[in-house]
Ligand binder design. Structure first.
Ligand code: C5P
Length: 209
């Protein structure tokens, strides 16, 4: 599997993170959850008292970010997801984060990256690309379960609203919008368990590589 690069894109709570993790384990490849980078910028901006909608302020935070500190539980909160999608619209923020992602994708042994623009911008040359999606209601319930398990009490309908707002913002921005690459294979996980989705993803990769 030397050199295998797998791009996994899709909207929030589509199952792309689980699919990426399973593919990484199956092929012995390192996995980068690129959403954590944007979450880290959003959280760092908020902690610094910077306005996440201010392009210059957000880009300045992104430029000084410690990309190694991605295991902070604060990055997994509902607020972090919202902040991430707000800072992610700024081209200066994206530019500051792109090099680390491209470096990761070019690791000699191969890699799995999941995000919104891996197959379109970060690694358009990746031999295997998946676009993982699911119905908004299904994604909202999954995210609600995760948040609840983390101890974050929030009504399901608020989570659905978050998901719809994030879909609109991520798909509507000018720079690197969420989009399926022409050569990415669509995987709808609405009716799938993680095991089934992982098996389907593996078959897609096998057919593509
Ligand atoms: O995947 P996750 O929910 O952690 O991503 C948080 C936000 O970060 C997304 O809503 C999106 O705005 C942004 N993001 C992005 N490009 C990526 C990964 C995430 O714009 N490659």
């Amino acid at each position: 599997t030397a050199g295998l690069v797998i791009a996994v894109d899709g909207p929030a709570a589509s199952g792309k993170g689980s699919v990426a993790a399973r593919l990484g384990a199956a092929y012995g490849l390192p996995v980068l959850d690129t959403g954590l980078l944007y979450r880290a910028v959003g959280v760092a901006a908020a902690r610094a008292g910077a306005d996440p909608d201010d392009a210059a302020a957000a880009a300045a935070v992104a430029g000084t970010l410690d990309l190694m500190a991605l295991d902070d539980p604060a990055l997994r909160t509902r607020e972090a997801g919202e902040l991430a999608s707000r800072v992610a619209v700024h081209p200066g923020v994206r530019a500051a984060l792109n090099a680390a992602q491209v470096d990761f994708a070019r690791r000699p042994g191969g890699a799995v990256l999941d995000g919104r623009d891996i197959g379109t911008v970060i690694a358009p040359w990746a031999p295997a690309k998946l676009f993982v999606t699911a119905r908004p209601e299904v994604r909202a319930e999954r995210r609600w379960r995760q948040l609840t398990a983390q101890g974050e009490a929030v009504p399901l309908e608020d989570v659905l609203e978050d998901i719809r707002r994030r879909d609109a913002r991520d798909g509507g921005r000018a720079d690197a919008p969420l989009a399926r690459a022409a050569d990415a294979v669509l995987l709808d996980t609405s009716e799938m368990t993680i095991d089934l989705a992982a098996d389907a993803a593996r078959r897609i990769v096998e057919a593509a590589r």
